[in-house]
Design a protein around this ligand. Sequence first.
Ligand SMILES: Cc1cc2nc3c(=O)[nH]c(=O)nc-3n(C[C@H](O)[C@H](O)[C@H](O)COP(=O)(O)O)c2cc1C
Length: 318
Amino acid sequence: MLSKLFKVAGIFSEALRDATEFLRFNAYSPFANKSQRAFYKILIEAHTIEKGLSLPNPKLLFGKDKVRFVMNALSRYDIGHSPVPAHMSLGALDAYVNFHARAGAHDPLLDEIANYLKTWEAKLPKPWKGGTREVTFNGQPPNDLQHLMASRSSIRALQSTPLPPERIFEAIAMAQLAPSQCNRQASRVHAYQDRARIQELLGLQGGSRGFAESVGNLFVVSSEICAWGGPGQRNQAYVDGALFAMCLMFACRSMGWGACPLNLAIDHKTESAIRRAGGIPAGERLIMMIAFGEPIAPDTRVAFSPRRPAAEIATLHA
Ligand SMILES: Cc1cc2nc3c(=O)[nH]c(=O)nc-3n(C[C@H](O)[C@H](O)[C@H](O)COP(=O)(O)O)c2cc1C
């Protein structure tokens, strides 16, 4: 009995420590490292430009505020921290200008961007790793892991045709090869093909604007909370659930489908609304959504989303 009481108290005290640690280090904290914060902020905003360009029909002059923000933030950014935000921003801005040139569009903002890019060419010579790139779904999906991993990208130009349920189960069975703590296998996956329900779910998710209308297959990955107990395990549903979701995305790729992960960085109210709309039982923690389907074209434009050099993220502890 006493040990149970300790566990309950532990859950509250760990939640409090989670909150203080988050407050201390999160993106809005004045105590967080300034360059680190700028790094993430620029990456996030530059990604909205490259993502906009990867949509099936980008709107002319979309995201003007984001474009201005990225130029201003990059001008203040210390490139010595990491050149990746510069590559990503300049590549995205360059692709933005080129997209509008191809569309025959004119606007003072486009001239402003072109001049801005010229000022950077000496500081950071081209080619800039950013903007968009092409991926191909032509031929058989790679059957070795390294190439399969390299061939996966977030695909936002999807056909709405519902995929055969038996093929969807095949992909899910493949994703079940994901490891889980003590082989708990607490991950759950809800698959939807009803267009109205998908639109409702995506409306609650909010991160698929510009391509939601074409989504005809949607997963919601969740994880059963009752697999976990005690304060130390409070986040494990996310760990196992995310590993499962990653395997599900690779499984989609190996089936020749495109897939796009969709965040569920939401509050409890929205989580409950999604559960209600999706017929998902209480007691399942929502991990993420994944839009999937045949790609619209065998050659698809995707956001470049460059990766940092491994040495920037790794610490070799001798
Ligand atoms: C947990 C998670 C949530 C994401 N949420 C969204 C989203 O809401 N909308 C979207 O268009 N892309 C979303 N993405 C896709 C990322 O933008 C993408 O993975 C990243 O830019 C790397 O590109 P890649 O997937 O093509 O390698 C999400 C990715 C992850 C892992």
